[in-house]
Design a protein around this ligand. Structure first.
Ligand code: FES
Length: 170
């Protein structure tokens, strides 16, 4: 919009410039064009497309790629925003991962197996309820270091909160 107004103004200026003496040009049109240019810069209205692409690009950078591998070996690729747990990510993407206690660390039904030890080592230390390569999906939080992580879903889960199972102390 600015460009078309600017072009129209410039066209009038050039047309009048041909007729007007040079002093008229300097006093009448230069300040107007300068003000319009300065206003456009303040509003950053030159190219909104570039801004949108830039914002989308940065939004994309705020997510990590996660692959859930279900019990049949089928891979489900999802993008997870920073700060979101793998349990939430699974539920948002219709991945069948239980989460009976909704992330309050009471059930263990959300456990997943980290398929690559390098990624496992990038996670926060496990809580006492977690062991081996198995981690609780509700406790794995998306962050840049785990971009590309692969998580296997267990064949079966056990709900510690209702099964009466008491884990042995380490
Ligand atoms: Fe219960 Fe993760 S949802 S421990």
């Amino acid at each position: 919009m600015f460009i078309s107004k600017f072009s129209l103004l410039a066209a009038h200026a050039i047309k009048d410039l041909v007729k007007a003496p040079s002093s008229t040009w300097r006093t009448s049109y230069v300040p107007v064009i300068q003000n319009s240019y300065a206003q456009a810069l303040r509003q950053k209205s030159f190219c909104t497309t570039a801004k949108k692409v830039s914002e989308e690009g940065s939004e994309e950078k705020q997510k990590v790629s996660v692959t859930f591998v279900d019990k049949d070996g089928e891979e489900i690729h999802v993008k997870v925003p920073f700060g979101m747990s793998m349990l939430e990510a699974a539920h948002e993407n219709d991945v069948e991962l239980e989460g009976a206690c909704e992330g309050s660390l009471a059930c263990s039904t959300c456990h997943v197996i980290v398929m690559d030890v390098d990624y496992y080592n990038k996670l926060e230390d496990p809580a006492d309820e977690e062991n081996d390569m198995s981690r609780l999906g509700c406790q794995i939080i998306a962050k840049p270091e785990i971009d590309g992580i692969r998580l296997a879903l267990p064949v079966a889960t056990r709900n510690f909160a209702v099964d009466g199972y008491k884990p042995k102390p380490h």
